[in-house]
Design a protein around this ligand. Sequence first.
Ligand SMILES: Cc1cc2nc3c(=O)[nH]c(=O)nc-3n(C[C@H](O)[C@H](O)[C@H](O)COP(=O)(O)OP(=O)(O)OC[C@H]3O[C@@H](n4cnc5c(N)ncnc54)[C@H](O)[C@@H]3O)c2cc1C
Length: 474
Amino acid sequence: MTHDDTLVWFRRDLRAYDHAALYAALSKSPRVHCVFVFDREILDPLPSRADRRVEFIWHSVRELQQALVTGGGGLVVLHGRAREEIPALAARLKVDAVFANHDYEPAALERDDAVSQALAAAGTAFITCKDQVIFEKSEILTLDGRPFSIFTAYKNAWLKRLDGFFLKAYPVEKYFDRLAVDAGPSMPTLADIGFEPTNLRELKITPGMAGASRLFAEFKKRMADYHERRDFPAVRGSSYLSVHLRFGTISIRALAAEAWHAANRGAAVWLSELIWRDFYFMILYHHPRVVSHAFRPEYDAIRFANNPDLFRAWCEARTGYPLIDAAMRQLNTSGYMHNRLRMVTASFLVKDLQVDWRKGERYFAEKLNDYDLAANNGGWQWAASTGCDAQPYFRIFNPVTQSEKFDAAGKFIRHYVPELANCDDKFIHAPWRMDTAQQAKAGVIIGRDYPAPAVDHAVARQVMLDLYARARDG
Ligand SMILES: Cc1cc2nc3c(=O)[nH]c(=O)nc-3n(C[C@H](O)[C@H](O)[C@H](O)COP(=O)(O)OP(=O)(O)OC[C@H]3O[C@@H](n4cnc5c(N)ncnc54)[C@H](O)[C@@H]3O)c2cc1C
């Protein structure tokens, strides 16, 4: 079906190339308007006015606007409630269809439903496209037509289904002469939308398509070694592209294509991580109840102790376990946490401190630059052993042995916990094992300069095993 004027609504897809909705609109209509809404429904409830994600989005939207202007068009940038702004703009521009890319989060789906109804009432179509994943919804199912819940089986089916077709870029540039130039309000400043600059620049996080492509170019040189380097937080082993994938400043098709064609061990393991991302979107789509419930309902019965002091100690990096505290300081100061450490800190909160995984999940949601409901919820439920493909509840990360294995010389710990910088390698992972003379020599008195461990891992482990067994046995 062809259309007259259409409108493309950008959301978490802030790029002007390889863009499914933009391509669909451009290829079907002679004039395409573009819009981004700083949605007050999302922004107003954020607890901090200095939010790296908002600043990241702001810069990315500005870059997108410049790219569209360079292409001969423009981008209307609004600040308001998207569910009202989009139908109003569609009416003002007299478009007969609004295009957007699929979202899979329940709140976004509810908003899209409301927008779709408002548009329909005015005779305007709302057309959505798959863009942020390779396979979505029910594209990959078990042989008996059900959604997978085991990752390896899903991954095998995903790889079997993959061919070049699914990795092809949408050539939007071909139709850029159809972009419309709209006279609208000028782009609001960060202050206009109620936010302040953060330490994004200091952290050397470059937003937008330019930042993403630079990062990816650098990662491509390291991709072949990914499988060997990715687990060590003091080593630059992973891609650091998560925030760009979150806001769509890079195309998932471009990344998956590169990994698929590279055909080496590192690339294959990295492609697996991209498949985990599809997997969790698929889980959220089919099981929206996971947002507040355990994927495996029997684990909703766990009676977590939820000691507020222990939760605060975890948030504030005062658990006395150096790797945990270093990881939490990385999160609190930069909005990033290495994947291995996300697994270990999440496991520690739930299984050592016996705090409900939902509290940790909310804390990560507040702090992570790359916060994504599907991946974060999936990661937390995996670590808490309550989810699909969870690690069994009786397998519990030991925070000291994890530290010895993945930060052997304590390089990561020394960076984030300088109080322990002078500890011997032998004690850096468990500094409470130093006697008084050794503590004096290292310049750190445990209990004064650095906390004593908040819990005894061996004891906590047993308590946790009982909690889980009781929940599981009803
Ligand atoms: C408790 C917990 C919470 C997490 N919360 C998030 C989150 O909110 N947002 C998020 O993007 N990732 C989350 N992850 C997954 C993973 O830790 C991050 O994607 C990764 O650390 C980002 O760094 P990177 O870009 O260098 O990853 P790379 O190792 O380079 O991986 C490439 C990309 O694959 C995707 N990816 C990698 N691992 C996973 C995974 N396990 N699940 C889903 N996608 C994955 C990400 O988009 C990532 O950018 C979480 C993991 C855990 C255990």
